[in-house]
Design a protein around this ligand. Structure first.
Ligand code: TNX
Length: 542
């Protein structure tokens, strides 16, 4: 391993004829500079020499794969993009340029793989198809498109596995929604950087975006808002644009996203945010509120006092919605939100106060706990697990609930001490809707700035936890709220390159973290993003 911090210098060497500027430890430059891989593999050693593909690139797969076609077509794509040579399956007598081996003994971690590039061929070994998939993504970065086939690629061996098993990005499709093609492109990019979880925020005050057949007005009414606030209401903005905005994903479209993600070894976690952030649903079904309404789908940003009332009809609604949601999304986790639910309406509601009395609850926060525990029991009865924002701790969450810590790290620390599993996504380091610099030229963004370097400095496991508590930190997630992000390009500008920093935080060994090395590896990735027409924020943009 080469992660001890010796003097690092950027050396530009002609490796196998391909010019790749890489971090190289000066005294090791005699072998070859390591390729620009993000996230950095757990272990990488250069072996000397080069592999040269044949005029026709042959590949072979060994082992019992359940989806041989998917892996074969990815291998095809990677090899063809790299060298533009014809690619075929090797016959028994031919030399094999790339061999994929699925073997039960190839690694204990379900996402691990080894990749060996030698003079006579490339071999990727893994115990799972996910491992092979990650190995191919690494190969894609080594044999980058445009690399000179005649020159070949450097011999090396990599043994790789993730530091964290949960590596997520959340996309808010409620405030502004994205075309399916844009979501698919995001999933493609996530797969390249080894993210494995797409958290899809599908409902909020300003729009309900998933078709629910039992409640058709969620599509016809809750998905549309009359207009949208212009500017930031936190700075006093009140003017509206007068332009209706809306839309929703049909169940068939949501299934299409699930399948697309699954083919890229990414789980999709749907979020139905409750009991707060529900104004859009109340606009269609006002009987679910504690006051008579009427309600309009929210046209400004922020938090509303109008939330679900904990009534029998609300539970029937929630269960009806979750039934359909669980049928669409096969994920282990169902996200039930739980954030930013003011107690105002419950304080004034006879129904809510009766429950507090009857159940011997301390206050309205405890009532939210009671509400979500009931929802949790329903979700569990369907074999799933709930995950919620850290507010779910305030009312006493069931120990089987997983907590997503967003208001800093403390919620996560408290949660692991109580024995919960935790995903860390603190505003301080993981809020990708926050501005990327203090420059006035930044596009509309939220408050505190979160530059690339700060994302790179994110450490999901805080000091002071026992080993057992730390083991409950499943990983981390970047959250992209879209109040100010109207187009897929706006979304990409916030996601890239910051999500690459996050990818390295969540995948690479802690001791490998190296900001200068990351910066040296980044340009090769940005060149690839250029080739893919991804609109990322240029480094050093003012
Ligand atoms: C807080 S994070 C929210 C979102 C906003 C976001 C803006 C969370 C659970 N709730 O509703 O979009 O801040 O940064």
């Amino acid at each position: 391993m080469r992660f001890d911090r010796r003097t690092l210098s950027a050396v530009l060497l002609a490796v196998c004829g391909a010019a790749i500027a890489m971090p190289v430890f000066a005294e090791e430059a005699s072998t070859a500079p390591a390729p620009a891989i993000i996230p950095l593999p757990a272990s990488l050693e250069m072996d000397g020499g080069c592999f040269h593909p044949g005029k026709v690139v042959h590949f072979a797969i060994t082992g019992k794969l359940t989806d041989r076609r998917a892996i074969a077509s990815l291998a095809h794509e990677v090899l063809r993009d790299a060298w533009h040579h014809p690619v075929t399956i090797a016959s028994a007598r031919e030399r094999v340029d790339l061999r994929l081996v699925l073997a039960a003994d190839a690694g204990a971690n379900p996402e691990s793989y080894t990749l060996r590039i030698a003079r006579d061929g490339i071999v990727i070994r893994a115990a799972t198809e996910t491992g092979l998939f990650h190995g191919l993504q690494t190969l894609r970065q080594i044999a980058a498109p445009g690399s000179d086939a005649g020159a070949g690629i450097p011999a090396l061996h990599i043994s790789d596995q993730p530091r964290f098993r949960y590596r997520g990005l959340m996309l808010d499709s409620a405030r502004h929604m994205q075309p399916l093609a844009a979501i698919k492109q995001q999933l493609d990019l996530m797969a390249r950087y080894k993210f494995n979880t797409f958290h899809w925020h599908l409902t909020d005050d300003q729009g309900w975006r998933i078709e629910i057949k039992r409640y058709p007005k969620l599509a016809s009414i809750s998905s549309m808002r009359k207009e949208t606030v212009i500017g930031n209401p936190d700075n006093g903005a009140t003017a509206r644009d007068g332009i209706p905005y809306g839309g929703y994903y049909t169940q068939a479209q949501a299934r299409e996203i699930v399948a697309y993600a699954r083919a890229r070894h990414i789980d999709v976690i749907p979020e139905i945010d409750m009991p707060g952030h529900m104004v859009a649903a109340l606009a269609a079904y006002p009987e679910l509120a504690c006051t008579p309404g009427p309600f309009d789908v929210y046209t400004t940003w922020g938090v509303s006092d109008d939330i679900l009332c904990p009534s029998p009809q609300t539970f029937a609604f929630v269960e009806g919605v979750l039934d359909e949601v669980m049928a669409i999304f096969p994920s282990h986790y169902i996200h039930v939100g739980g954030d930013e639910a003011p107690t105002t309406r419950w304080i004034q509601s006879a129904l809510a106060q009766d429950i507090i009395r009857r159940e011997g609850l301390k206050d309205e926060h405890a009532l939210q706990g009671w509400f979500l525990r009931r929802v949790e029991a329903f979700v569990r009865a369907h074999g799933r697990t709930i995950i919620g924002w850290d507010e779910i701790l305030e009312g006493g969450a069931s120990p089987t609930a997983t907590v997503m810590s967003w208001r800093g790290m403390q919620g996560g620390i408290d949660a692991v001490r109580l024995g919960h599993d935790v995903v860390m996504s603190p505003t301080s380091h993981a809020y990708l809707d926050y501005c990327q610099s203090k420059a006035r030229s930044e596009p509309p963004c939220i408050g505190n700035d979160l530059p690339l370097r700060k994302v790179y400095e994110f450490e999901p496991v805080p000091d002071g936890l026992t080993a057992e508590q730390s083991a409950h930190i499943l990983g981390g997630q970047g959250n992209l709220w879209t109040e100010y992000l109207k187009t897929p390009q706006d979304v990409q500008y916030m996601l890239f390159p910051r999500s690459l920093a996050l990818a390295e935080v969540l995948w690479s060994p802690k001791q490998a973290r190296d900001w200068n090395g990351f910066l040296l590896r980044l340009p090769a990735q940005l060149a690839e993003l250029d080739r893919l027409h991804v609109k990322y924020r240029p480094l050093g943009a003012q």
